[in-house]
Design a protein around this ligand. Structure first.
Ligand code: GDP
Length: 443
């Protein structure tokens, strides 16, 4: 998401920044480009106008700070404005009730049912006891879908499949959640392909019945301004406290993300970033703004690493690396650790410093998950002895390994060569560290 927009905004800023000083004319020209980029990304017109107006005021009013070049200063101004447009400070869930109730509303296909399961799982990971329910009395398949997801993540799903009254199911689910002391009840409601009176009325009645702590509107980032207007209609008629933006992993242009807060006044609280249950995260406007401007998102990267990589495991790996005892066995373990972070393509986007889109594209081409899988397959095909001591891998062993892993001898060779080089590089590093230590310096 945001690829095309990021490319154009970054190029506009670069052009403005090439001049030593930002005069009004240069700024006007650059802002016109940014405006076009935002409109092409399908951002709401009013939101775009305010965005440009604010930047212009701030940029022209800004004092030139010594030591900061005008382009950097402009990046900061655009960054701050993007953060504001995306919602400002990240907003957390506001759960007070016992049980707390979260009502999910939105159109069919927006990703509501998936979001219900993702959200329930997210809360479960925080130690909460969660009950799920679906009150979609029109599509039995929707109830079954939630049940299936609930089973997958070990979260109970309350259903009344024969009941035709959605409000009644919601009421019964709440009673159960109270009786059995659940911390949170997540209610998935029916969606339609288009907004209709009956649907709005039903959602309103359910809301009246369960008095939710949070009513979250689920919106698909692939859809355009029409669905942002629908969000507004839902807010006016049903009321909502926040938004869940789904499919942020898709190649959507970004218009929904950048418009929905401005149009509805409600914050985006979560983002769906893939089809899997764990592909779900709190929405941080500042991190998203940084990504749009090619500033990377090191905070998310570190958080992700903390979540999936065990600190002890990482430390023991580091010790091995530096002690020179690093074997292909360890190398495989390291590969697995990296893969746990998610698709490499997504990871490199979070690395700051890869500011130009061109560089990013080149890297994306060079790095691919399939290569990692092939390397792992090669190491898997080795015997434990070979993994511990690569020196014994002779030509006939190489042929066997290539055959076993469905790769070629050339690939096996390349891997061993790379491994040896990496080991040597580490030795060098260790030596340098020692030298520095002797000199009393720090590495
Ligand atoms: P509902 O009709 O609103 O309940 O929508 P569903 O939960 O059934 O989702 C519709 C489709 O969108 C399904 O194929 C989901 O797997 C997919 N989906 C939901 N959230 C995401 C997301 O964040 N990323 C991607 N790529 N797909 C998603």
């Amino acid at each position: 998401m945001f690829d095309a927009l990021a490319e154009k905004v970054q190029s506009a800023i670069e052009k403005i920044g090439r001049k030593g000083r930002i005069d009004e004319e240069t700024l006007e020209k650059g802002l016109r480009e940014i405006k076009l980029a935002l409109l092409e990304a399908d951002v709401n017109y009013r939101v775009v106008s305010n965005f440009i107006k604010d930047i212009k005021e701030k940029a022209l009013g800004a004092k030139v700070i010594k030591g900061v070049n005008p382009a950097q200063q402009l990046v900061k101004i655009v960054h701050d404005e993007l953060v504001q447009t995306l919602g400002g400070e990240a907003e957390k869930l506001n759960l007070k009730g016992k049980p707390s109730v979260i009502l999910l509303i939105g159109l069919q296909g927006s990703g509501k049912t998936t979001t219900a399961a993702k959200l329930a799982n997210y809360l479960k990971k925080q130690g909460k006891r969660v009950l799920l329910t679906s009150v979609d009395v029109y599509r039995p398949a929707a109830m079954l879908q939630l049940k299936k997801l609930g089973d997958q993540i070990g979260i109970p799903v309350f259903l009344e499949e024969k009941e035709k009254d959605a409000v009644k199911i919601a009421k019964d689910a709440l009673l159960k959640a109270k009786d059995e002391s659940y911390d949170v009840l997540v209610v998935d409601t029916a969606g339609r392909l288009h907004i209709d009176e009956e649907l709005l009325e039903e959602a309103r009645k359910i809301k009246e019945e369960v008095v939710p702590d949070e009513t979250l509107f689920v919106i698909d980032s692939m859809t355009g301004q029409e669905s942002v207007n629908i969000a507004k209609a839902f807010d006016e008629r049903v009321g909502m406290t926040g938004i869940v933006l789904t499919k942020m992993d898709s190649d959507a242009r970004g218009g929904v993300a950048l418009s929905v807060k401005g149009v509805t006044g409600k914050p985006i609280k979560f983002a769906g970033v893939g089809e899997k249950i764990d592909d779900f995260e709190p929405f941080y406007p500042d991190r998203v703004a940084s990504r749009i401007l090619g500033m990377g998102d090191i905070v998310s990267l570190v958080e992700k690493a903390q979540e999936v990589i065990d600190e002890k495991e990482a430390l023991s790996m580091q010790e091995k690396l530096l002690s020179g005892e690093f074997t292909l066995e360890d190398f495989r373990q390291q590969l697995r650790m990296i893969q746990r972070l998610g698709p490499l393509q997504q990871i490199i986007r979070m690395i700051p410093g890869l500011s130009s889109q061109k560089m990013l594209k080149q890297l994306e081409k060079a790095i691919d998950d399939k290569k990692l899988k092939r390397i792992e397959a090669i190491i898997n095909s080795m015997t434990p002895e070979e993994r511990r001591n690569h020196a014994i891998i002779n030509a006939s062993r190489k042929r066997r390994i290539a055959k076993g892993s469905g790769t070629s001898v050339k690939e096996v060779d390349a891997l061993i060569k790379q491994f040896v080089q990496a080991k040597m590089a580490m030795k060098q590093m260790k030596k340098m560290q020692r030298k520095m230590a002797k000199k009393g310096g720090r590495f």
